[in-house]
Write a protein that binds this ligand. Structure first.
Ligand SMILES: Cc1cc2nc3c(=O)[nH]c(=O)nc-3n(C[C@H](O)[C@H](O)[C@H](O)COP(=O)(O)O)c2cc1C
Length: 354
């Protein structure tokens, strides 16, 4: 198959691959710019940046300053396509959206929460707005709301299926019937919902699929089904440019299929992670809960079993026995750490061979 370009709003890239935003420093400038330089879209995650000590006194300001520093660093390292990922459950989500736009980011990817007021926050029409969704029903809800309130459409959707890493937009019951929610089953429904709005607005709304995409052949398959591109997370963790600790990457290399489990996250959503010592300690009630940051609106003190920000920071720095290791369902297939260019070349070859 010829490798199709991916266009989101005013941005066109040669490789139809978005590197997914990965919170708490997994996807920062180093990874995002390597992907952008290799011809894809590199995404900086705005979640959980900043210095722990400083965040204790002024979480919002420290997050903002750290995001600005990361965007400026990235812009000095690439002229390629960059996005920022923002999670709607963050208490400072609006501030992070505005900060990204003020720093010249042209693609905002918004997940973990309904983006009902996103167009009001970002009236700039040259900034592409890309909600992450898990079904055609949610796509329709967003388009109907934006149509009525803002006369504007998303510039793309990311359809994240249940095999993805990190937080999942599916209930525990749905995750027990994972086959029912496969990308192959979800995508046609989403494409169907888009049609009337694409007609009304006279523009194509690309759908980028995510969750379990591992090879170039997987990408080709999704494109044949009508996707315009893919978003990938797990494979980008296993790259040289991903800034997480060696221990984090080693946990991916060591993971077996049965080690990858669904967890209940303090965010209030299920997630997928490696069932390591930390997760077992959480289950056994051995982790004391402190809330240093107040970063999540959905994190209920008294109910949450641990501070997810602290647990992710621990993994980033290599203290994986005290850390949460998010990963996609296919993390057990990772058997080498590649440079990003090597990974992208492999994916391109796979698409061409398909
Ligand atoms: C370590 C890790 C952290 C993640 N953090 C976030 C996040 O903060 N926000 C988000 O929207 N998605 C997050 N994701 C999801 C990815 O952006 C991506 O959509 C997903 O991993 C795709 O599935 P794959 O891992 O099978 O490729 C995360 C994924 C991983 C593996």
């Amino acid at each position: 198959m010829e490798i199709p370009k991916l266009t989101i709003g005013n941005t066109t890239v040669d490789v139809p691959v978005v590197q997914g935003g990965m919170g708490v420093r997994v996807s920062l400038a180093s990874l995002a710019t390597a992907v952008a330089n290799a011809g894809g879209i590199g995404t900086i995650s705005s979640m959980g940046l900043g210095d722990i000590e400083k965040s204790l006194t002024d979480y919002e300001r420290d997050s903002r300053d750290s995001l600005i520093a990361e965007i400026r660093k990235a812009k000095s390292m690439t002229d390629g396509a960059l996005a920022v990922n923002i999670m709607g459950v963050l208490s400072n989500a609006d501030d992070l959206v505005r900060t990204s736009v003020a720093e010249g980011i042209k693609i905002i990817i918004f997940g973990a929460g309904l983006p009902t007021k996103l167009p009001a926050l970002v009236p700039e029409e040259d900034v592409s707005l890309v909600p992450i969704i898990g079904s055609g029903r949610i796509a329709k809800l967003i388009m109907r709301t934006w149509d009525k309130k803002y006369q504007r459409m998303p510039d793309a959707f990311i359809l994240e299926g249940p095999l993805a890493g990190g937080h999942l937009g599916f209930s525990l019951e749905q995750l027990e019937n994972i086959e029912e929610y496969s990308l192959e089953k979800l995508l046609p429904g989403v494409l169907e919902e888009l049609k009337p709005y694409e007609e009304k607005y006279g523009k194509k709304i690309p759908v980028i699929v995510a969750g379990g995409i591992y090879t170039g052949e997987d990408i080709a398959k999704m494109i044949k089904l009508g996707a315009s591109g893919v978003q990938m997370g797990t494979r980008f963790v296993a790259t040289e440019e991903c800034g997480v600790s060696q221990e984090f990457k080693q946990a991916y290399l060591d993971a077996k299929e049965e080690d990858i489990v669904i967890i209940k996250s303090p965010v209030g959503l299920p997630g997928r992670a490696i069932n390591n010592k930390f997760m077992k300690d959480v289950e056994a009630g051995k982790i004391p809960m402190k809330c240093p940051y107040h970063c999540l609106t959905s994190c209920k003190m008294g109910k949450a079993k641990y501070c997810i920000a602290q647990a992710l920071v621990n993994s980033y720095f290599g203290d994986v026995d005290k850390g949460l290791l998010f990963c996609g369902q296919n993390a057990y297939r990772v058997n080498e750490i590649l440079p990003v260019q090597g990974l992208i070349d492999e994916l391109k070859q796979g698409i061409e061979n398909a």
